[in-house]
Design a protein around this ligand. Structure first.
Ligand SMILES: [Zn+2]
Length: 175
């Protein structure tokens, strides 16, 4: 089974719980009547209320309790295994080219948006200013530090940083 299958499987007890809470006023009397009829009119019912060295009903209750306990433990395990949120989704900041970068993802790890550099010294947003043509500079308007230089468009420079982020995700999270 795939991990997502485990995740959807682990939701069944919750669905049953919701159903039971909605209809318990209906379910409970019907259950009691069925149990009453079974106990009175069937072999198993007679066995249940008869007494040996131990109470058969108590023994049956213990078995049911054990089954429920195993079910609860299995659900906890499935919840743990079923957490199929990719780890890279929490990788949202790093340092590249002397700046602290933050970003978000759309659907996939290679859809990086809202990429923004911050100053490592004073945390201010960094700005791009013209250097000696055709060079451009990434600088901090607050503490005046010059963080990095690049050529060409700022969009191309952002793509360079995105590529570094994707490389790191592939190396640290996808291998
Ligand atoms: Zn600064």
């Amino acid at each position: 089974m795939k991990r997502s299958d485990y995740a959807s499987l682990s939701k069944y007890p919750e669905k049953l719980q919701v159903l039971f809470l909605q209809y318990w006023k209906l379910i409970l009397p019907v259950l009691l009547i069925i149990i009453g009829l079974l106990v009175t009119f069937t072999e198993a019912g007679h066995w249940l209320i008869s007494k040996g060295d131990y109470s058969n009903a108590l023994f049956t209750l213990l078995v049911i309790d054990s089954v429920i306990l195993v079910g609860v433990l299995a659900k906890l395990l499935l919840n743990y295994l079923g957490d199929d949120t990719p780890k890279w989704m929490s990788y949202l900041t790093d340092e590249f080219h002397g700046a602290r970068w933050t970003w978000k993802y759309q659907e996939a790890f290679d859809q990086i948006t809202d990429l923004q550099p911050h100053c490592v010294n004073c945390k201010h947003d960094l700005k791009v200013v013209d250097g000696e043509y055709p060079e451009k500079m990434v600088t901090c308007p607050s503490c005046k530090s010059m963080v990095s230089r690049f050529f060409g468009s700022y969009e191309n420079y952002l793509q360079t940083i995105r590529d570094l982020i994707k490389q790191k995700i592939r190396k640290n999270y996808l291998e």
